[in-house]
Design a protein around this ligand. Structure first.
Ligand SMILES: *Cc1c(COP(=O)(O)O)cnc(C)c1O
Length: 351
């Protein structure tokens, strides 16, 4: 697929990752919870994988809880905090441009009687720390704001949200599905209590992700899947060894650079009459482009038969304009002229 430019929706499993996963699919298949030698071999390999993932974000291995992906991790963080307050309910602060799995979780919680404030972004898709601060109430227990927006590529000032949260004794969760491995993350420096990540956005397999949980052993987080005590009792279910090994390998082999030059793409795109959305603090591999007219879109599409998204993959099923684009102030007409071109991701060195 050399015309695929939808890497923000999903990446392929790289050859190196696939090779690492393979033996755990058939040869070494024992249940990692089993007490025999093959079980221990699998559980040791999972422990090593936990260390690799923890290292990437400055966490402890015991703070990594494997899930089926970032959607489940987001659900676990948000519901897991909210469900501690099922009786008295509580207040949650998030943004109006989160991934649908966060927005729909919050919507569900509102139906149960919880209160949610959705902070609006500015025209560039940036969430203002000041707005977050102003939204704090006496019963605010959680701030949940993503790191990098999946449609715009906008990088949010998450360490500022973390600082505000810690000052007010509130927990801070960030959905880092689009930033994990691509940007430097340190959960201590950034005052992050929960962080969601996903395998298939970093050349790992689909169906695996993790939630970083600060001091997970003593966490009050309420599990969503009760099971046999796996993942410190925070997420039941037999640990999927091949997927976990694949996730760790994806971190280890995550590229410093990719073949597609971002500059070449930008130059190519700006041959058409269009503007880029998302402001200056933006991931270079996500290009959210609004064309000036339908003619420009047609010309672009004829010239480049690329597999790209209008909005995000999750919005593509419905015919309504993406909630992200409408929230940054684009009209329906402008949203229809807007496409997301996402290039193979790589590690950005920013100091
Ligand atoms: C892809 C994505 C998710 C969902 O991740 P899954 O692992 O597919 O569940 C959540 N949030 C953001 C920002 C994403 O880009």
């Amino acid at each position: 697929m050399n015309n695929y430019y939808d890497y923000a929706a999903s990446t392929p499993v790289s050859d190196a990752v696939f090779k690492k996963m393979f033996p755990w699919l058939n040869e070494s298949f024992a249940n990692p919870s089993a007490a025999h030698v093959e079980g221990i071999k699998a559980s040791d390999a999972i422990q090593e994988a936990r260390e690799v993932i923890a290292d990437e974000i400055g966490a402890m291995p015991s703070e990594i809880i494997f899930t089926s992906g970032a959607s489940e991790a987001n659900n676990l963080a948000i519901k897991g905090v909210a469900f501690q307050f099922l009786n008295e309910k509580c207040h949650i602060i998030t943004s109006s441009i989160e991934h649908k799995c966060v927005l729909n979780t919050c919507d569900f919680l509102e139906k149960l009687g919880f209160e949610v404030t959705y902070i609006q972004p500015n025209r560039d898709g940036l969430i203002s720390p000041n707005e977050v601060k102003k939204a704090i109430q006496e019963n605010t227990k959680l701030i949940s704001i993503h790191h990098v927006n999946n449609e715009l590529g906008t990088i949010q000032p998450i360490s500022e949200f973390g600082e505000i949260a810690i000052e007010h004794g509130i927990l801070f969760h960030t959905d880092a599905a689009q930033s994990f491995c691509k940007l430097n993350i340190d959960v201590d420096d950034m005052d992050i209590d929960f962080l969601s990540l996903s395998g298939h956005k970093i050349y790992g397999p689909k169906g695996i992700g993790a939630l970083y949980v600060r001091d997970a052993r003593d966490s009050e987080l309420v599990p969503l899947i009760h099971g046999g005590g796996q993942e410190l009792g925070l997420r039941g279910g037999t640990s999927p060894t091949p997927l976990i090994i694949g996730l760790a390998a994806a971190v280890q082999y995550f590229p410093e650079n990719t073949a597609d030059s971002v500059e070449v793409f930008q130059d190519k795109l700006f041959q058409y009459s269009c503007v880029r959305n998302g402001g200056n603090e933006v991931l270079p591999t996500i290009l959210n482009i609004t064309f000036s007219s339908l003619e420009d879109v047609k010309k672009f599409k004829v010239d480049n038969e690329w597999l790209i998204s209008q909005g995000s993959a999750c919005n593509a099923m419905s015919n309504v304009a993406s909630h992200v684009l409408s929230n940054i102030g684009l009209s329906e007409e402008e949203a229809r002229l807007t496409y997301r071109i996402s290039l193979p991701p790589f590690r950005l060195i920013i100091d």
